[in-house]
Design a protein around this ligand. Structure first.
Ligand SMILES: Nc1ncnc2c1ncn2[C@@H]1O[C@H](COP(=O)(O)OP(=O)(O)OP(=O)(O)O)[C@@H](O)[C@H]1O
Ligand SMILES: [Mg+2]
Length: 357
């Protein structure tokens, strides 16, 4: 079995399975898709949304195993191969320059020199690297002492990887890939919006339950990413506090009549928008290049009202997009009818699936 913490969004492919169950283990909702390779394209044959088992502490391998069993039953899938995502706070994704060396050596060098390369002591971590093309005018001859390689590196705790692997195994599944949740939307965007991916400078923003992530892409390259710990949970809490009602009631109002509680929602969306805008400003200053648009995904962006409030603060053109747009839909009729509403929430799972196929 070959389990890697993988950032394979354009990388050299390993052995490709014909189909994969991709499971995004979000902090509130588990999103899963069953994808098949079909010629040059991909089919979506089933999706599932399940409540995550617990929200306040890390899952044990046993609990994860039980949960994954329930997910694979919900997908009614016969395949055992899965691609799992880590939470956006559970993996480090960074651009680095490292001396040229074989990929396996690079993984070990990062593991043993995290202070040098990542400016922090990351003991018991495992790493994966994705080679990036070097700008041609800067490419020194291979073999010269100065030869360096630009990589996108991902690191995660060995313990977490072991737990995911064991959890999958106890559910009768095989963890083929473990993908940082952060790169999920990037993979899906590359497939669903190839022109914008290759030619534009964009911000991909995913707003979930606990956190929001932003990835800044310049002509297909992930330049900068950041996580802000604000999301749907804080929005619901703000509504509950302002009306002095239960969390469950507040969740209903947030979804059903958000315009009635605009001020409470803004008390969270404005700081969130400001944080995200600060990352865009930082990027624009560093790269000396404007961001053309922000593309949104995540459960919270299923609300048009919330998206509009956020857009005012982001001060950049904002789009929602369909991460399932490039897939041939082969769903049961009931699911086919729901897909349009659920799609923004599936971006990370789809990106994790594509990394494996
Ligand atoms: N129609 C809607 N309007 C507003 N909020 C919604 C809607 N549908 C779902 N949400 C919110 O989306 C959030 C869940 O989104 P998502 O599944 O992307 O989060 P997650 O992946 O579990 O969390 P995280 O990424 O932070 O770990 C919940 O807070 C929920 O209230
Ligand atoms: Mg999420």
């Amino acid at each position: 079995m070959h389990t890697v913490l993988s950032t394979l969004f354009t990388g050299p492919r390993r052995k490709r399975p014909e189909q994969i169950l991709a499971i995004d283990l979000g902090s509130r909702t588990t999103k899963a898709v069953h994808l098949h390779r079909r010629g040059e394209g991909f089919n979506l044959s089933r999706f599932a949304l399940l409540d995550a088992p617990i929200f306040d502490k890390a899952m044990s391998a046993d609990m994860l195993g039980e949960h994954l069993k329930a997910v694979s039953q919900a997908l009614d899938a016969k395949t055992r191969q899965v691609s799992l995502t880590t939470g956006v706070n559970d993996a480090i994704v960074r651009h680095l320059e490292v001396p040229r060396m074989p990929l396996d050596d690079m993984r070990m060098v990062l593991k043993h020199n995290s202070r040098n390369y990542l400016q922090q002591e990351l003991s018991n971590h495992v790493f994966d690297c994705h080679l990036l093309p070097s700008p041609t005018h800067e490419t020194p001859k291979a073999g010269t002492p100065m030869a360096r390689q630009r990589v996108l590196a991902a690191g995660g705790k060995q313990e977490l990887i072991d737990e995911y692997t064991a959890g999958a195994k106890s559910a009768g599944l095989v963890a083929e890939h473990i993908v940082p949740g952060l790169v999920g939307p990037v993979n899906a965007f590359e497939m669903a919006m190839p022109d914008a991916f290759l030619n534009e400078v964009v911000a991909l923003i995913d707003i979930g339950f606990r956190s929001a992530s932003i990835c800044l892409l310049q002509q297909g390259e992930l330049i900068l990413s950041r996580v802000v710990n604000l999301g749907g949970d804080r929005l619901t809490q703000a509504v509950a506090e302002s009306l002095e009602i239960s969390y469950a009631e507040a969740e209903g109002i947030k979804m059903g009549m958000p315009q009635e509680v605009q001020a409470a929602l803004e008390s969270v969306l404005l700081p969130l928008g400001r944080e995200l805008r600060a990352s865009i400003d930082f990027f624009e200053h560093q790269q000396d290049c404007p961001v053309a648009a922000a593309y949104l995904t995540g459960g919270t962006t299923r609300s048009e009202f919330l998206v509009q409030l956020l857009q005012q603060e982001l001060a950049v053109e904002t789009h929602t997009w369909n991460p399932t747009g490039f897939l041939k839909v082969d769903l049961p009729p009931q699911q086919a009818a729901e897909l349009e509403h659920v799609a923004p929430q599936l971006a990370v799972a789809i990106g994790a699936g594509i990394a494996a196929l």
